[in-house]
Design a protein around this ligand. Structure first.
Ligand SMILES: *[C@@H]1O[C@H](CO)[C@@H](O)[C@H](O)[C@H]1NC(C)=O
Ligand SMILES: *[C@@H]1O[C@H](CO)[C@@H](O)[C@H](O)[C@H]1NC(C)=O
Ligand SMILES: *[C@@H]1O[C@H](CO)[C@@H](O)[C@H](O)[C@H]1NC(C)=O
Ligand SMILES: *[C@@H]1O[C@H](CO)[C@@H](O)[C@H](O)[C@H]1NC(C)=O
Ligand SMILES: *[C@@H]1O[C@H](CO)[C@@H](O)[C@H](O)[C@H]1NC(C)=O
Ligand SMILES: *[C@@H]1O[C@H](CO)[C@@H](O)[C@H](O)[C@H]1NC(C)=O
Ligand SMILES: *[C@@H]1O[C@H](CO)[C@@H](O)[C@H](O)[C@H]1NC(C)=O
Ligand SMILES: *[C@@H]1O[C@H](CO)[C@@H](O)[C@H](O)[C@H]1NC(C)=O
Length: 910
C-alpha cells in the first residue's frame, strides 16, 4: 500500500477544497442521510486504504481513478440508470480495498443499487451490516473472499429480488433460522454460492426447499453433515452443483435420481462425499452435457471399465483418490474436449496408450497408481499442457523432449526413469515445479539448463545421481523448496547462497558426500535445514541465527566441531534440533527461553560437558530429549519431571552421578515412555517414587495410545535404543514403545514390587548394578515385556509363571544365588516349584491368547518429499503368535502413501 493510498487521500482533501457542483455536496456538513450518490460513493471509497496484496494479481484499484470533475456515472465500476439520477450498479471486485465496512457507511445511501460486487478485497473481519437489507432492489450481491466475519444477518433474507448471492470464502456462519428465511424468501435465486460458510447446524433435508429455479448451488467446505435423502436434490434447473468437501453421503437411489432428474447438469462436484455404496459402472448414465465431473475421494470402489464414461462434452474430469482399480481406461484419452484429467491416487495398472488423437490437455495427473511402461511421445507434444504429474508409478525408460514450452508443473518422481533431463526442459520458462525424485536419472546441475528458471519454486532431484557444476552462475530467484538428498553430490551447490534470496524455506541435502565447512546460506526465510549424514566439518556458523523462523535443524551425522551457537537454544521457533553424532564440545547453552517451541532435542554422540541447564524446563512442548554419549555431569535432571509432554529421556553414557532421590513435582514424567539413564554413576536405591508415577508406562490397551510414529510429516524422530541387547538406531519411533534402562550404574537394594505396575513395559534393563534380594513376582504381571535383563546383579530366586518362563538364561546371568526355571540351576528348599517344561501345545495357547505379534521390522517409507530407509517398530495385527523371546525380524517395504499425499504440491486438498 502506501503510495497509492497517500495519493488518493491527497486527492480527496483537494476535492473538498474545490467548490464542487452537484451531485456533490458543498461541504461535509450536509446531512449524511440525504447525501447525493456521487458523494456517498466518494465517501465510501475514502474509508479504505488501497493495498495491492489483498486482491488477486493482475488487478488494479478502480477507485483510484475516480475524479470529482467527472460525473460519478462515468467512474470505473459505477453504473447509473438511464437519466443518471441513481447509481444502480457498483462493481469494485479486486480493487485493493482495505478497511472496515461500518453500518453507518455511506454505501448504504445508495438505496437503488441493483448490482453490488465487493469480492476479493479485505474488509478486516467486518460483520456484514444489517443495512445490506435496505437494498430492496438488489438482484446481484457478491461479497465473496473479502474477509467478512461473523454471522450472515437475517436481513439478507429481505432481499427478495436477489437472483444471485455469493457470500463464499469468508468463513461466515449461517444459523438455521436465517437459512430458513433465505431459502423461504429468496424465491428468485438462480445462483447461491456459500462455499466455506459454516453450515454445521443446517440439516441436509432443508436443501429440499431450495428454489427450484436454481441453476448454481455451491456449498463447498460448508461442514454439512448427513445422508442426502432421495427427494433432497429437487433442482430441475440446476446446471452447477458443488457439494464438495462436506460430510455428506450419497447412496444408490439418490445417485440414480441425480443422474436421472438433473438433466441440465453441466458441472457436478461431489468430492469428499461418501459414495461407497455406488459402483463405478453407474457413471455410465451421466448427462452427456457434463463439462465438469469431480468425484475425487468419493470412495467409489471398483473397476473403472473402459467406455463407461460417455461424456462427449467433458472438459474437467477428476476421479482421483482411492477409488478405482483395473486397467487404465484408454477411452478417457479420446474425450475430445478434455482439458483436465486427474486419476491420481487410484490403483490403476497398465501402460499409457501409445497413441492418442486430438488430445490437448492442460492438466494431466496420474500420480500414485501402478502404471508402467515407457512415457509415450504424445505426453510431450501437447501444446497447452501446464501440469504433468506422473509421480509414484512404475514408468521406465527416458523422459522425452518437450515440443512446446507451456509446462509449469512437472512431477515424475518415484518411477524407474533413467537417462538425463531432456534439453528442452531448459526452455520451459514458466516452470514452477520440477520434481523428479527417486528415479535413476543422471543429472548435471549448473549447466545452462537452469538459467531461465525465473519462476522455479520447487526443485526436487533427490535420490538420483546428481553432479554439481559450480562454475556456471545462475540464479533461481523464486526457489522455495530444494531437495537434493541422497543424490551423491560431493560439492555444495555454491549458487545456493544466492538462490531464492528470501524465498527459500526448505533445503534438504541429507545423505550426500558433502565435505568441508558449513555452507553459507542467505535466506532469513529458512524453516527447514536437513544436512545430516554428510562430512561437514568446522563450526556451525552463527549466520544460522539469521534464519529467525527456523523450525527444523538436522545436522546429525557430520563432523561438526565447536560449540552449539547460543541462538539455537534461545530460539522461539525451533522445534527440532538434531545435532547428534558430531564432535561438538563445550556446555549446552543455558538460555532456553520461556514459551519456546522445542519438540525434539537430540545431541547424542558429541563431547558436550558440564551440567544440564535448568532452563530446559522451559521446553514445555518437549517430547524427546536425547543427550546420550556425551560427558555431561551433575545430578539426575529431576526438573524435567514437570515437562508434561516428555516421552523420551535418554542420558545414557554420560557422567551423571548421585542418588536419584524423590521427585520434586507431584506427578513427575506423566508421559515418559522411554527412559535410558544407563552407563552413568547413579547410586542409591532404585527410585520407587518415580516408578509409582510413570503414568504412560501403566497404560496397556494399545487402543488407548495412538500407535503412530513420533514426529511430523517433515521430520520423523529417530533414536538410538538399546533393545534386546543390540544398540539399534530406530529411524522412526512408535509411540507405544516403552522401556526402562538403568543398567551399568551402581544402584543398590532390592527391586521394588511397584515395577509390576508399569504394565506397558516392553523392555526392562537393570543389569550391571548391585541389586540384591528377590525378583518381585509382580514382574510376572508385565505381560508386554519383550526383553528383560537383570544380569550382573546379586539377585536371588526367579519367580515362576507368566512372563518368567519366556525369558532365557541370559536375562539372569551372573546373579549370585539366582535360581529356578528357566535357569538350569534349580533352587533348593522347595523355594521354587519348578513348572513343567513348556510343550509346544502350551506355547501355542499362549500365543493365541495374545492374538497378535510384535515384530521389529525394517520398513521403507516414501512420502512426497521425504524418503528414506530405516528401522522401525511396527505393529502387525496378523493373528500370529506373540513370541516373547523369539522375535521375528522382517524386511519389508511399506509405502505409507496417504501420510503426506503430496501436500506440498496439492496445497488445499484434503
Ligand atoms: C461509524 O461507525 C464507526 C464505528 O462504529 C465509527 O468509528 C465512526 O466514527 C462512524 N462514522 C460516522 C460518520 O458516524
Ligand atoms: C421476505 O421479503 C419481504 C419483501 O422484501 C419482506 O417484507 C419480508 O420481511 C421477508 N420475509 C422474511 C421472513 O425475511
Ligand atoms: C427422480 O427420478 C426418479 C427415477 O429416476 C423418479 O422416480 C422420481 O420421481 C424423480 N424425482 C423427481 C423429484 O423428479
Ligand atoms: C505392467 O503392469 C502389468 C499389470 O500389472 C503387468 O502385467 C505387466 O507385466 C507390466 N509390464 C511391465 C513391462 O512391467
Ligand atoms: C509463460 O507465462 C506467461 C504468463 O502467464 C505467458 O504469457 C507466456 O505465454 C508463458 N510462456 C509460455 C512459453 O507458455
Ligand atoms: C571427512 O572429512 C575429513 C576431513 O576433511 C576426512 O579426513 C575424512 O576422511 C572424511 N570422511 C569421509 C567418510 O569421507
Ligand atoms: C537470543 O539471544 C540473542 C543474543 O544473546 C538475542 O539478541 C536475542 O534477542 C535472543 N532471542 C530470544 C528469543 O530471546
Ligand atoms: C498382578 O496384577 C493383578 C491385577 O492387577 C493383581 O491383583 C496382582 O496382585 C498382581 N500380582 C502381583 C504379583 O503383583
Amino acid at each position: 500500500m502506501g503510495r497509492s493510498t497517500w495519493k488518493y487521500q491527497v486527492f480527496f482533501l483537494f476535492s473538498l477544497i474545490l467548490h464542487s457542483q452537484l451531485p456533490f455536496p458543498s461541504s461535509l456538513s450536509s446531512s449524511l442521510s440525504s447525501m447525493p450518490p456521487c458523494s456517498a460513493l466518494l465517501h465510501f471509497s475514502k474509508s479504505f486504504s488501497l493495498d495491492q496484496r489483498v486482491s488477486a494479481s493482475n488487478t488494479y484499484p478502480k477507485t483510484a481513478s475516480w475524479r470529482e470533475d467527472k460525473h460519478c456515472c462515468s467512474w470505473d465500476g459505477v453504473e447509473c440508470d438511464k437519466n443518471k439520477s441513481h447509481v444502480v450498479g457498483l462493481d469494485l471486485t479486486s480493487s485493493w480495498l482495505m478497511g472496515h465496512i461500518h453500518s453507518n457507511g455511506t454505501l448504504f445511501f445508495l438505496p437503488n443499487l441493483r448490482r453490488l460486487n465487493l469480492a476479493d478485497n479485505h474488509f478486516r473481519g467486518s460483520l456484514i451490516p444489517s443495512e445490506f437489507g435496505n437494498f430492496k432492489s438488489l438482484t446481484y450481491l457478491n461479497l465473496s473472499f473479502s474477509v467478512f466475519s461473523g454471522q450472515i444477518p437475517f436481513e439478507i433474507s429481505q432481499l427478495s429480488s436477489l437472483v444471485s448471492l455469493d457470500l463464499s470464502k469468508n468463513g461466515l456462519l449461517i444459523k438455521a433460522p436465517v437459512w430458513k428465511r433465505v431459502i423461504g424468501n429468496l424465491t428468485q435465486l438462480r445462483e447461491l454460492i456459500l462455499d466455506r460458510t459454516n453450515m454445521s447446524s443446517i440439516r441436509t433435508n432443508s436443501l429440499m426447499n431450495l428454489s427450484s429455479s436454481l441453476t448454481t448451488l455451491s456449498l463447498r467446505y460448508c461442514d454439512l453433515r448427513g445422508k442426502l435423502e432421495n427427494n433432497i436434490l429437487c433442482l430441475p434447473s440446476i446446471q452447477t452443483l458443488d457439494l464438495s468437501e462436506n460430510w455428506l453421503s450419497i447412496e444408490a437411489p439418490v445417485w440414480k435420481s441425480v443422474i436421472g432428474n438433473l438433466t441440465q447438469l453441466r458441472e457436478l462436484l461431489l468430492g469428499g462425499t461418501n459414495m461407497s455404496s455406488i459402483r463405478p459402472n453407474s457413471l455410465t448414465n451421466l448427462s452427456s452435457s457434463l463439462t465438469t465431473l469431480s468425484l475425487h475421494y468419493c470412495d467409489l470402489r471398483g473397476k473403472l471399465e473402459d467406455n463407461i464414461l460417455c461424456l462427449p462434452s467433458i472438459q474437467t474430469l477428476d476421479l482421483s483418490d482411492y477409488s478405482f482399480n483395473g486397467l487404465l481406461p484408454s477411452s478417457l484419452f479420446n474425450l475430445p474436449n478434455l482439458s483436465t484429467l486427474d486419476l491420481g491416487y487410484n490403483q490403476l495398472v497398465g501402460p499409457l496408450p501409445s497413441h492418442v488423437s486430438g488430445l490437448n490437455l492442460i492438466v494431466l495427473s496420474l500420480s500414485s497408481n501402478f502404471l508402467n511402461g515407457t512415457l509415450p511421445s504424445w505426453l510431450f507434444s501437447m501444446p497447452s499442457l501446464e501440469t504433468l504429474y506422473l509421480d509414484r508409478n512404475q514408468f521406465f525408460g527416458e523422459i522425452g523432449e518437450f515440443k512446446y514450452n507451456s509446462l509449469k508443473n512437472l512431477d515424475l518422481g518415484y518411477n524407474k526413469l533413467h537417462g538425463s533431463i531432456p534439453r528442452s526442459v531448459s526452455r520451459l520458462v514458466n516452470l514452477t515445479i520440477l520434481s523428479l525424485p527417486s528415479n535413476n536419472l543422471s543429472i548435471m546441475l549448473g549447466s545452462k539448463m537452469f538459467s531461465k528458471f525465473k519462476n522455479l519454486e520447487t526443485l526436487d532431484l533427490s535420490n538420483n545421481s546428481v553432479s554439481i557444476n559450480n562454475n556456471a552462475a545462475y540464479a533461481l530467484p523464486n526457489l522455495q523448496y530444494l531437495n537434493l538428498a541422497y543424490s551423491n553430490i560431493s560439492e555444495f551447490p555454491r549458487w545456493l547462497g544466492d538462490v531464492g534470496n528470501n524465498s527459500l524455506y526448505y533445503v534438504d541435502l541429507r545423505n550426500n558426500l558433502l565435505q568441508g565447512q558449513f555452507p553459507t546460506l542467505n535466506s532469513s526465510n529458512l524453516q527447514f535445514i536437513f544436512f545430516s549424514n554428510n562430512n561437514l566439518t568446522g563450526e556451525i556458523p552463527s549466520l544460522i541465527c539469521d534464519a529467525i523462523h527456523l523450525g527444523v535443524l538436522d545436522l546429525s551425522h557430520n563432523n561438526l566441531s565447536g560449540m552449539i551457537p547460543k541462538c539455537l537454544v534461545n530460539s522461539t521457533s525451533l522445534s527440532v534440533l538434531d545435532l547428534r553424532m558430531n564432535s561438538l564440545h563445550g556446555t549446552i547453552p543455558t538460555t532456553f527461553v520461556i514459551r519456546n517451541n522445542f519438540r525434539t532435542i537430540n545431541l547424542n554422540g558429541n563431547q558436550l560437558e558440564g551440567p544440564l541447564p535448568p532452563s530446559l524446563a522451559n521446553c514445555r512442548d518437549l517430547e524427546i530429549l536425547d543427550l546420550g554419549n556425551n560427558k555431561i555431569n551433575g545430578v539426575f535432571p529431576y526438573w524435567l519431571g514437570s515437562l508434561y509432554k516428555l516421552q523420551v529421556l535418554v542420558i545414557r553414557s554420560n557422567r551423571f552421578q548421585g542418588r536419584i532421590g524423590n521427585p520434586k513435582t507431584k506427578f513427575p514424567f506423566p508421559n515418559l515412555r522411554i527412559i535410558d539413564i544407563s552407563n552413568n554413576q547413579f547410586n542409591g536405591p532404585l527410585p520407587i517414587k518415580y516408578f509409582k508415577y510413570l503414568k504412560a508406562m501403566k497404560i496397556v490397551e494399545e487402543s488407548e495410545v495412538a500407535s503412530k510414529y513420533m514426529g511430523e510429516n517433515y521430520y520423523q524422530d529417530s533414536l538410538n535404543i538399546m533393545m534386546k541387547g543390540h544398540y539399534i538406531e530406530m529411524e522412526r519411533v512408535l509411540t507405544i514403545l516403552t522401556s526402562i534402562d538403568f543398567s551399568n550404574n551402581s544402584f543398590r537394594g532390592e527391586m521394588p514390587k511397584i515395577i509390576g505396575r508399569l504394565k506397558s513395559l516392553k523392555g526392562l534393563n537393570f543389569s550391571y548394578n548391585n541389586l540384591i534380594g528377590y525378583i518381585p513376582s509382580s514382574i510376572g504381571n508385565l505381560t508386554n515385556l519383550e526383553w528383560l535383563d537383570l544380569s550382573f546383579n546379586k539377585l536371588g530366586h526367579i519367580p515362576s509363571g507368566n512372563q518368567f518362563n519366556t525369558f532365557n538364561n541370559n536375562s539372569y546371568t551372573e546373579n549370585l544365588g539366582l535360581c529356578g526355571f528357566p535357569l538350569s540351576r534349580t533352587c533348593d528348599n522347595n523355594e521354587a516349584k519348578q513348572p513343567p517344561p513348556p510343550t509346544l501345545q502350551q506355547d501355542e495357547n499362549l500365543e493365541h491368547e495374545n492374538g497378535f505379534g510384535w515384530q521389529a521390522v525394517s520398513i521403507g517409507y516414501a512420502s512426497g518429499t521425504i524418503f528414506g530407509m530405516f528401522m522401525g517398530y511396527l505393529m502387525f495385527k496378523i493373528g500370529k503368535p506373540k513370541c516373547l523371546v523369539r522375535m521375528v525380524k522382517l524386511e519389508q517395504h511399506i509405502m505409507l502413501r496417504r501420510l503426506k499425499k503430496n501436500a506440498h504440491k496439492r496445497g488445499g486438498r484434503r
